[in-house]
Design a protein around this ligand. Structure first.
Ligand code: ATP
Ligand code: MG
Length: 535
């Protein structure tokens, strides 16, 4: 159970939420929702103690499982150690044991007693089964045995995130706090996670921008909006319906008041100078009473994404000839895959390609190949005349240096451009007049993505590569991205698992299957009609 009393938080002039009083009960699964930058991760960080609230009190049980958005925190540890650290008490005891055992012959009597105590705690925490239990979680998340003793830093993002998720789930926490757990997961893993969470007995709070996921997992929603957090029973769709209904009622009430006020004011104007002084007075009093309370604005907003093309390329944008790309088993986490086999592919102007396929099937490798950043095993890849491309990478953690304002950062990407244009690109991505002076240091996941899209808009490439661009984006932004790509007059190649996005923009599908790539010259719906589901 989690208890919040009068919890408030803001940064500078911005209030995220004020005086929140809420209880998160065991057996309930809460989705924490709100648009990018609403304060979801901040709220989680307050619960985990990584950040302080401005005021208020928080009560939490001892054992809390946490998945943070930072993927790099355990880079030095092995996968197994990372998972076991999910149980802090067990981990600390094991560390202490090791120090004592290292003393060998020098062990004192007191050390011996301490060791006995430690063994008790290990037994209480089911420590002898720790590696077995951790192994089961890892297996459920599709991480093979051979990988369990690799170092986190060596692993690709998709595996790292799953190990961190296993860490959060490890050790039967009473409370589970998960910030965007489905980013980087493929459909099988998402299914496994859904099943795990639906069996979970403690209190769950999960942040996700995936509506389908929230609908299947959540019994309740806590929505950050109107500078507070409002609990709703039911899943995500139930919340949206309830929220619209309430908002509708409040707005209707507001309209009625305004109408009434207008009528009264009319009367007051007409008879002010006349003989009905007392009636005028009483109506004036009514007007004061009826004056509408200022409605707090909802913070849901939709960005406007349009990628312009500065210079058209030649007719051939990319030409791939007799190209093969395959990876032998490169260690346990990357089994052998064939991405292309003697493929001849031509990409023309104005083509919009979606690369689809399960995680580990080579989507990122294929993007890198087409972009000329990875050489094929045989054959050739040639970019056409005047092609100028932009690349949105999947792991963009290091792409934005801290220490400048958003405006300075973006302007530096193209110093010759006028400040007005640069601000325009920021504005389209919802960084308005004041927001563009915000520092690059503390951006939320979605804000980081929005800034990188501003950069792509500013640079006006004629070829775009986007690798899983919807991670971190809220629903409004995903739909804006779909519209932006659909309206794009250049060529784009997008690796994504987001089916709504694919349907919105793609005119050609590259599906990576175990038998090699299928090049389908049509949109996603017709592709599915022909080839069935992707799995
Ligand atoms: N230390 C900080 N100093 C100043 N502003 C901050 C700080 N940390 C976060 N913010 C701002 O507070 C707001 C909320 O950030 P937060 O990361 O909680 O958003 P979020 O709801 O998790 O968004 P997303 O969906 O994009 O992950 C953002 O506008 C962010 O820029
Ligand atoms: Mg966040």
């Amino acid at each position: 159970m989690i208890n919040l009393t009068d919890v408030s938080k803001g940064f500078g002039a911005t209030t995220l939420f004020e005086k929140v009083n809420m209880t998160f009960s065991p057996g309930r699964r809460y989705g924490l929702t709100g648009p990018n930058g609403a304060g979801k991760s901040t709220f989680m960080r307050i619960l985990t103690g990584d950040e302080e609230a401005d005021s208020g009190r928080i009560g939490l049980p001892d054992k809390v499982g946490i998945l943070r958005q930072d993927q790099h925190a355990f880079d030095e540890h092995t996968v197994m150690d990372t998972v076991v650290q999910g149980n802090q008490r067990l981990w600390a005891v094991n560390q202490e044991k090791e120090v004592l055992y290292a003393k060998g012959d020098q062990l004192t009597e007191a050390d011996g007693e301490r060791l006995a105590e430690l063994e008790m705690i290990v037994a209480e925490e089911d420590g002898y089964m720790a590696e077995v239990n951790a192994g089961e979680l890892l297996a459920g998340l599709g991480i093979k045995d051979q990988l369990h003793y690799s170092t986190m830093g060596e692993l690709p993002a998709s595996i790292k995130v799953r190990a961190l998720l296993a860490q959060a789930l490890f050790g039967e926490p009473q409370v589970l706090l998960l910030d965007e757990p489905t980013n980087h997961l493929d459909l099988d893993c998402i299914d496994w996670l859904k099943r795990f969470l639906c069996r979970y007995q403690g209190s769950l709070i999960v942040i996700s921008h995936d509506r389908h996921f929230l609908n299947e997992v959540c019994t309740h929603i806590a929505d950050i909006d109107y500078e507070t957090i409002i609990p709703y029973p039911g899943n995500y769709d139930d919340m949206v319906e309830a929220k619209m209904a309430v908002r509708g009622r409040v707005e209707a009430d507001q309209e009625q008041r305004l109408e009434k006020i207008n009528q009264l004011n009319d009367f007051i104007q007409r008879f002010r100078a006349g003989s009905r002084a007392s009636q005028v007075k009483s109506r004036e009093r009514q007007v004061t009473k009826l004056t509408p309370t200022e409605l707090k604005k909802s913070n849901i907003q939709k960005p406007f994404i349009r990628f312009k093309v500065e210079q058209q390329p030649g007719k051939d944008v990319v030409r791939i000839e007799e190209a093969s790309l395959a990876f032998p088993e490169r260690g346990p986490h990357e089994p052998a895959i064939t991405v292309l086999k003697n493929a001849g592919l031509h990409i023309g102007r104005d083509e919009r390609i979606a690369i689809v396929g399960p995680s580990g099937s080579g989507k990122t490798a294929l993007l890198n190949l087409v972009a000329g950043q990875l050489a094929p095993n045989s054959g050739s890849v040639t970019l056409g005349h005047n092609v100028n491309f932009g690349f949105y990478a999947q792991d963009n953690f290091g792409a934005i240096e801290p220490g400048s304002s958003l405006l300075e950062w973006l302007h530096n990407k193209r110093p010759a451009e006028s400040q007005e244009t640069v601000r325009g690109c920021l504005g389209q991505m919802l960084f308005g007049r004041e927001e563009c002076f915000k520092k690059t240091d503390h951006l939320s996941g979605g804000e980081r993505a929005r800034l990188l899209f501003s950069e792509l808009m500013l640079l006006q490439h004629n070829l775009l590569f986007l690798d899983e661009p919807t991670n971190h984006l809220d629903l409004e932004s995903i739909s804006a991205l779909g519209e932006g790509l659909a309206a794009f007059k250049g060529t784009c190649i997008v690796a994504t698992h987001n089916q709504d996005l694919i349907s919105a923009f793609a005119t050609r599908i590259w599906a990576l299957t175990p038998k090699g790539m299928v090049d389908y010259p049509g949109d996603y719906d017709s592709f599915r009609g022909k080839h069935g589901s992707l799995r």
